[in-house]
Design a protein around this ligand. Structure first.
Ligand code: PLP
Length: 319
């Protein structure tokens, strides 16, 4: 070995053989490269375009008391996103449904947050051409999580409206569920700076868009409205439309201005991570009288009742 080489090696840090991974991983099971793994072992390559360029699509479905909620709608959205991104899944729909089932069953969770992901992957020759990449499918099941905790669900969330503009639909199609979250994370920091618990950000026209992981609804004079433009077509949002149709409430997708949301009788947000969640404070003012309203309560009750209905759910097959 030359002196220069010896000096170089001396200057490089050595591998710490006693390194211990002290991160906490949620208890759960992942599927990757044909194998089921504990969450702590489910890792992606730093060269995957999903990581390097956010070139990925995903979907999240939840399991409640041993049953998937609206699994078919989540699979439809996921397969739609994969197709629009010109990716190819290595498995068909039936196989993916069975992988999701197995992740939940092996984790033993009765209530779970279940994610399916397709990334661009990498090219075997490190080509920069996305057409050469080998797309990757992975999935995992971890304990059920919610945007709002128990106390927030009871008293309603405190939300701030950030001036941050959601990435325009002409740049990133919001119907493809994606990890382009820099705008949402900036909104969240703006909200924390304003003393709120979470954020809503605006669309390119300055109307209310959505928040980090949720859609939003306003109730005014008994009718519901949710933004139509530049937002993810959420499955919980769709579920609110279905519930409203069942009980004869009017619900439409149309622009909501900042003034309108502040003047609403009730406001709630919707997400697979938590369902229908009340908002009782926006910025420094209460929504109406500051209490969770009757329409929100009724929809929350109905939403959770539907989790036992075989028409809306699929039972997990546990070993
Ligand atoms: N909007 C965004 C940006 C999201 O990431 C999500 C869910 O993760 C939602 C809305 C709510 O969609 P869903 O009801 O399908 O969970």
């Amino acid at each position: 070995m030359t002196l220069a080489m010896t000096q170089l090696l001396g200057a490089l840090p050595t591998v710490d053989e006693h390194h211990v991974d002290r991160r906490q991983y949620p208890r759960g099971v992942a599927f990757m490269d044909g194998q089921y793994l504990p969450m702590s072992e489910a890792k992606v390559s730093v060269l995957d375009w999903g990581f390097l360029h956010s070139d990925a699509t995903y979907d999240t479905v939840h399991v409640w008391k041993g049953r998937f909620f609206r699994l078919d709608l989540h699979l439809d959205r996921f397969f739609g996103g994969v197709e629009r991104l010109r990716m190819k899944l290595p498995y068909d729909r039936e196989k993916i449904a069975s992988i999701l089932n197995n992740c939940v069953a092996l984790s033993g969770h009765q209530s779970a947050y279940v994610e399916m992901i397709c990334t661009r992957g990498t090219s075997p020759t490190f080509s920069r051409d996305p057409r050469q990449a080998e797309n990757r499918f992975m999935a995992f099941a971890v304990p059920f999580g919610s945007v709002a905790n128990k106390e927030q669900l009871e008293r309603g969330l405190h939300v701030a409206i950030s001036e941050t503009v959601r990435i325009p639909p002409k740049s990133v199609d919001p119907a493809i569920k994606n990890y382009h979250w820099l705008d949402l994370v900036k909104g969240l920091f703006d909200a924390y700076d304003m003393g709120a618990e979470t954020a809503l950000i605006v669309d390119t026209n300055g109307h209310i868009a959505e928040g980090p992981g949720f859609n939003v609804f306003v109730v005014k004079d008994g009718s519901l409205r949710t933004p139509a433009f530049g937002v993810l077509p959420g499955i919980t949002r769709r579920t609110v439309f279905d519930l409203c149709a069942e009980i004869g409430l009017s619900a439409t997708a149309a622009d909501i201005s900042r003034a309108e949301i502040k003047d609403a009788d009730e406001v709630f947000i919707t997400s697979t991570a938590g369902g229908i969640m009340p908002v009782t404070r926006i910025g420094d003012a209460s929504v109406s009288n500051g209490h969770v309203g009757p329409v929100t309560r009724r929809l929350m009750d109905l939403y959770w009742q539907k989790h036992d209905d075989p028409q809306w759910t699929t039972a997990v097959t546990y070993p």
